[in-house]
Design a protein around this ligand. Structure first.
Ligand SMILES: Nc1ncnc2c1ncn2[C@@H]1O[C@H](COP(=O)(O)OP(=O)(O)O)[C@@H](O)[C@H]1O
Ligand SMILES: [Mg+2]
Length: 480
């Protein structure tokens, strides 16, 4: 499959990411003068100078007089660092980030866990039945991974799959212009395409090119389509789909984006709707997620307890993104302790670390969810259930909550009130779905974190160890 190279395509994300800060360290000062940081040894040779964490100490903690930073790089810089044993940064950490990577979509079909049914359906409806398709789901559910692996299968089936991704400002022309240069066209078609590339075009003009001049079955995959907010390009895309179908064009469109249903991405007239295959990116079954986590751990050269595996796969609630994130955080715990097995206690600590990371990134949503839990201690189970239902069916409604509540907690008259209360408390973090009948978490990554929050004991305002520390600080103050 060809990925369209244009500013309309997402900028490549940093692969390792987490070791990027190392690159900003002055190498000589850090006592390591190698040009390639990926060669930092996991356990440095006896006489090698380890990369010392205290090199990050602020300048005010300066070296003792007379020491020469050029020759004496391994000497501790800060008081705090002197008190603690210093840890070399190991390559294993790097391999954990690589193995559990949450930033890169899967591009190899063998790396795509639990998606055979979806792939088969996409091939059947797009390649065989020649329909357009809409691939929808939450952030991190694996839409891009599915679309990219499908693109490769389509290539193998003799089609030309072209992949691009939209951004918020996109209008109809900027959405399609990047594909024009890549489409398999006759010489006359290429000439026409060049005219379109430099000038403006509308739906009929583009449709006529795609119908008359494209020489091979082609599939245009437009990822991040949810970022196209304006109505005009959305309507133009729907009109184009209709024209392409009516005129038997060899070109089909696949729209990919965050939504709970097809209507969230395209307002399709019923006559078009039957030519579009809706492909929901379903939660991945827990045993498949466990298999994914096992292979990630394996690649990071770590083993994992069965119970730990179970805890991680369950906490991810069907999301490959969360499975990888939670797995990575859990794996970093034994790594830091010099162990090679992930235990249930590591998972507990890893989940807390993952939640903290998300809290830092999504403070507003976290605030809404924390408030809902804090203000409704009597209704925590329904708030937690809302998280579970959202992770499984994306959209939540009072009826869905009551139904799930009856199944899980047993039928009760109180369920309607509890469901209404939970939805009202979560409302600031929810957005209505396209039909307005139900709600999605505005941050579609939130449900897994909400469940983690609901499982934590109600937090006291100040963590106990800080209380002690603060008491020590206040020692000697009058009246204490
Ligand atoms: N079926 C899968 N098997 C294994 N990992 C997956 C799968 N689907 C997605 N992932 C991983 O989950 C993360 C999010 O996937 P991505 O395709 O980018 O999701 P989305 O496009 O829905 O936001 C990535 O790290 C990706 O590698
Ligand atoms: Mg994506």
């Amino acid at each position: 499959m060809t990925a369209i190279d244009h500013d309309f395509v997402q900028p490549p994300r940093s692969e390792g990411g987490t070791l990027d800060w190392l690159r900003t360290l002055p190498r000589k000062l850090a006592g390591v003068d190698k040009s390639d940081e990926r060669t930092i040894p996991a356990s440095p040779p006896i006489d090698a100078t380890p990369l010392l964490l205290e090199e990050l100490a602020p300048p005010s903690f300066s070296r003792s007089a007379g020491s020469d930073p050029e020759t004496d790089g391994a000497r501790p810089l800060s008081m705090g660092a002197m008190a603690q044993p210093l840890k070399p940064i190991s390559l294993r950490r790097d391999s954990i980030y690589a193995a559990f990577n949450t930033a890169m979509p899967v591009t190899d079909r063998h790396g795509l866990t639990g998606r055979n049914a979806e792939l088969e359906k996409l091939v059947e409806s797009i390649v065989v039945q020649r329909k357009h398709a809409v691939i929808f789901g939450t952030r991190g559910s694996g839409k891009t991974s599915l679309a990219r692996v499908f693109g490769d299968l389509a290539d193998e089936a003799g089609c030309v799959a072209l992949y691009g991704s939209a951004n918020g400002e996109t209008d109809f022309e900027t959405l399609f212009r990047p594909f024009l240069a890549e489409l398999p066209m006759s010489a006359a078609g290429k000439e026409k395409a060049r005219a379109l590339l430099s000038g403006s075009f509308d739906v009929p003009r583009l449709a006529s090119l795609l119908v008359e001049d494209v020489r091979q079955r082609s599939i245009l995959i437009i990822d991040e389509y949810d970022r196209v907010h304006s109505e005009a390009p959305r309507q133009d895309v729907a009109a184009l789909m209709k024209l392409l179908t009516d005129l038997h064009s060899p070109v089909q469109l696949v729209l990919v984006g965050i939504a709970s249903d097809i209507d969230g991405l395209i307002a399709a007239h019923p006559s078009l709707r039957r030519h579009i295959a809706p492909q929901r990116v379903n939660p991945i079954p827990t045993p498949e997620l466990a298999r994914l986590l096992l292979s990630c751990s394996d690649r990071a050269s770590l083993s994992i307890d069965l119970e730990a595996l179970d805890m991680l796969a369950n906490a991810a609630m069907g999301s490959p993104y969360h499975a990888r994130l939670f797995g990575m955080q859990a794996a970093l715990i034994p790594e830091a302790a010099g162990r090679t097995r992930i235990t249930p206690a590591d998972v507990e600590a890893g989940l807390i670390a993952a939640l903290e990371g998300w809290t830092d990134m999504s403070a507003i949503t976290h605030g809404h969810l924390a408030r809902a839990l804090r203000d409704a201690p009597h209704n925590r189970r329904m708030i937690a259930l809302a998280a579970v239902v959202a992770s499984q069916s994306y959209a939540i409604s009072q009826d869905l909550l009551v139904q799930a509540g009856a199944e899980l907690f047993g039928p009760s008259d109180r369920l309607h009130g509890e469901a209404a209360d939970a939805l009202a408390r979560l409302a600031p973090a929810l957005a209505p779905t396209s039909g307005g009948q139900s709600w999605m978490f505005e941050d579609t990554l939130a449900p897994q974190f909400l469940l983690l929050m609901a499982k934590q004991p109600a937090p006291s305002t100040i963590a106990p160890n800080r209380t002690e520390e603060m008491r020590a600080m206040l020692k000697g103050v009058d009246g204490l």
